[in-house]
Design a protein around this ligand. Structure first.
Ligand code: ADP
Ligand code: MG
Length: 254
């Protein structure tokens, strides 16, 4: 059965896209079949995995508005078993154009339905907002993975995010659950990172992934080369930690 995991946090710059790309790559390298869906008009996952936006034809936007079949949009990546459903800036129009459409939160769910069972995991990289695109991702997903940057104010806004998940669970997607909260850009040498980790663990207990993603220069550099960390710097701490996360996730879902 395909598991659909949505990677969300309405804050920008917390490591959503970095997690989406590198978790997707780690799972593919573990012999799983993976589809990464770029749900952000900024399209950082699309370029970060090595696709050239200018050479793309139709994208996720066209599937969502019913102008393309999702199967025709899926691209291959450098890693075997890893596919991507790319995005581009036109996805911005989706929010406004679909404002009054009936069942507008279910459009992503519907277009992904034909892909059920073709993949082990489908990862949805969300924009930094609780907008219609993110609501579509929550409605389509089995679970939500929340990256939490290990810095001051990290926990701020998390309440609102969890409230939104609860609301979706009550209405549009009753089986939605939290996959876990992931500490990102963790630096054990600073009191601040340690404090955020302690607070998060005290408050959210088992919801926190055991794996923490360290702040790692290689992870920051990889997207500008259009490569996952496993191609760019396979021996780095960043690669090691995302592989550990993939293993933790696979253990939880087996
Ligand atoms: P989001 O998708 O939540 O906006 P990104 O994944 O794009 O966040 O990360 C924001 C910035 O931080 C990017 O420049 C990214 O390369 C960098 N970054 C993310 N995670 C790490 C990390 N663990 N170590 C170092 N840099 C990171
Ligand atoms: Mg992003």
């Amino acid at each position: 059965m395909t598991q659909i995991i949505c990677i969300a946090n309405q804050k920008g710059g917390v490591g959503k896209t970095t997690t989406a790309i590198n978790l997707a790559a780690a799972l593919a390298l573990s012999a799983k079949k993976i589809l990464l869906v770029d749900c952000d008009p900024q399209a950082n996952a699309t370029t970060g995995i090595g696709l050239d936006k200018s050479s793309l034809g139709q994208t996720l936007y066209h599937a969502l508005i019913g102008e393309a079949r999702v199967e025709d949009l899926i691209c291959n990546c450098e890693i075997e078993g890893l596919h991507i459903l790319p995005s581009r800036v036109e996805l911005i129009g989706f929010e406004v154009e679909m404002m009054g459409a009936p069942e507008r939160e279910k459009l992503l769910y519907r277009i992904l339905a034909p892909l059920q069972n073709r993949y082990d995991y489908i990862l949805l990289d969300c924009p930094p907002s609780l907008s219609l695109l993110t609501l579509n991702a929550f409605t389509a997903a089995d679970s939500v993975l929340i990256p939490l940057q290990s810095e001051f104010y990290a926990l701020e806004g998390l309440g609102q995010l969890l409230q939104t998940v609860k609301r979706i669970k009550k209405s549009l997607n009753t089986h939605l659950r939290i996959a876990g909260i992931l500490l990102t850009m963790f630096d054990g040498r600073t009191n601040l990172s340690t404090q955020v980790a302690e607070d998060a663990e005290q408050y959210f207990k088992d919801l926190i992934f055991k794996t923490r993603i360290p702040r790692n220069v290689r992870l920051g550099e990889a997207p500008s080369f259009g490569q996952s960390i496993f191609i760019y710097a396979p021996a780095s701490k960043g690669a090691q930690s995302y592989m550990e996360l993939a293993e933790e996730l696979m253990r939880a879902s087996s």
